[in-house]
Design a protein around this ligand. Structure first.
Ligand code: UDP
Ligand code: MG
Length: 313
């Protein structure tokens, strides 16, 4: 199979027939062997019924239905597990992403040998103030922290080598950072393609302003877990020790001035509190690191390496 198209959706009944026939048209014109995997993320409208109808007409269509709404990340994750194509393409169901981009994305993965190609909605058709400006900031932060040079991390339209989607787990709201997850897993050839974007034709957006707050917190998590997840002591231990030593040094100095130089009023001085604070915070950080180490030691995934080749077996 050449292509799996994974489409997460929540209450998109109006868009589905149009989207499907558009994809079919592109697939036919390129003679791809393909599958469309709709992942219904607990829709409460007739989306699932529409998918069943579409499927009865086209056997390339597969459907997965969640019992309730688990979020776009879960939907993508499930779609990735089910995908069989050499190239896996994700796109939104709301007709904002154009299926006409698929052939070029496919070619970039196949011939350009990219692991991931991410869409870039250079010209957007969303509400300017509430989406575009925060989105620019958000992408800047993501770029700086992940050192992946993408302009539009959150673009729904992306293409992956099969290997990539089978090696990563998208959970929580990490769908915004699939390229980062892939990079941590060792896939480094990440490309970008400018894609056309359209205004939403039917239905409404499923994410409010909270996306930027959650997105930013997730960015911190992903950065931290990626860097120190398997060696928490290297972060907490280091800063814990530094803090404790500073506290201790001040404490010793204060003690010496009290006992040898008869300086009085020690407990009134800010330094006294700094010393105590430094030692307490230092101990706390150190303990956090130690507990983190114990937890990561117990993780069954602690030695899950992604191995490409093993010789001489
Ligand atoms: N979506 C989903 N589960 C959710 C929220 C959204 O599967 O909990 C789907 C939604 O149906 C759409 C895609 O994710 O296909 C992107 O959502 P939306 O268009 O609302 O996001 P926006 O374009 O505003 O970023
Ligand atoms: Mg949309």
């Amino acid at each position: 199979m050449d292509i799996s198209i994974v489409i997460p959706l929540l209450n998109e009944q109006e868009s589905l027939p149009e989207l499907t026939s558009w994809i079919e048209k592109v697939m036919l014109s390129q003679h791809y062997n393909y599958e469309i995997i709709f992942v219904d993320d607990g829709s409460t409208d007739s989306s699932w019924k529409v998918i069943e109808e579409l499927q009865s007409k086209n056997p390339h269509i597969k459907g997965i239905k969640f019992q309730r709404n688990y979020g776009k990340s879960a939907a993508l994750n499930e779609g990735f597990r089910a995908a069989n194509g050499d190239v896996v393409i994700t796109m939104d169901a709301d007709l904002q992403d154009s299926p006409d981009e698929i052939p070029e994305l496919f070619r970039m993965i196949k011939e350009g040998n990219y692991d991931i190609v991410s869409g870039w909605k250079k010209k957007r058709y969303d509400n300017t103030l509430t989406k575009n400006i925060p989105s620019k900031l958000f992408n800047l932060a993501a770029r700086k922290m992940s050192k992946i040079n993408l302009h539009d991390f959150n673009c729904g339209l992306k293409a992956y080598k099969k290997n990539v989607v089978k090696s990563i787990e998208v959970y929580g709201e990490m769908h915004r950072y699939v390229p980062v997850l892939a990079k941590w897993a060792g896939f480094r050839k990440i490309g970008e393609k400018v894609v056309t974007h359209q205004a939403r034709k039917y239905g409404t957006t499923k994410f409010g302003m909270s996306r930027f707050i959650n997105g930013f917190l997730d960015l911190l998590t992903i950065f931290f877990v990626g860097k120190f997840g398997k060696r928490p002591m290297h972060f907490f231990g280091l800063w814990g020790t530094v803090s404790f030593m500073i506290g201790l040094a001040i404490f010793i100095w204060l003690s010496i001035s009290k006992f040898f130089f008869d300086v009085t009023g020690m407990t009134q001085r800010p330094l006294f509190f700094f010393a105590i604070l430094g030692m307490i915070i230092g101990t706390q950080l150190f303990l956090a690191g130690f507990l983190g180490e114990l937890i990561s030691r117990n993780s069954p995934e602690r030695n899950n390496y992604l191995i490409e080749k093993k010789l001489g077996l």
